[in-house]
Design a protein. Sequence first.
Length: 79
Amino acid sequence: MLLNTNNQEITLVGGTYVVGADLAGGTLDLQFQYERGTKWYSVGELEDGKGQLVEIPGFKSKVRIVKTGSASLELAQAM
């Protein structure tokens, strides 16, 4: 799944995900929100061009990216 629009939100089943960030000279912050929550939490710093494992908590969490420039993020559930 590709996220490439600022404040783009999707709903995910909690679990472990493989994420790859392409900063393309910009910045990117991956954030999640618990089901029925209102506050957004940062997942942490993502390294440019490296696949990383990220744990998304909860059963149905919302995930979004906050970005500048042409940064994008690809994520897939880990097997």
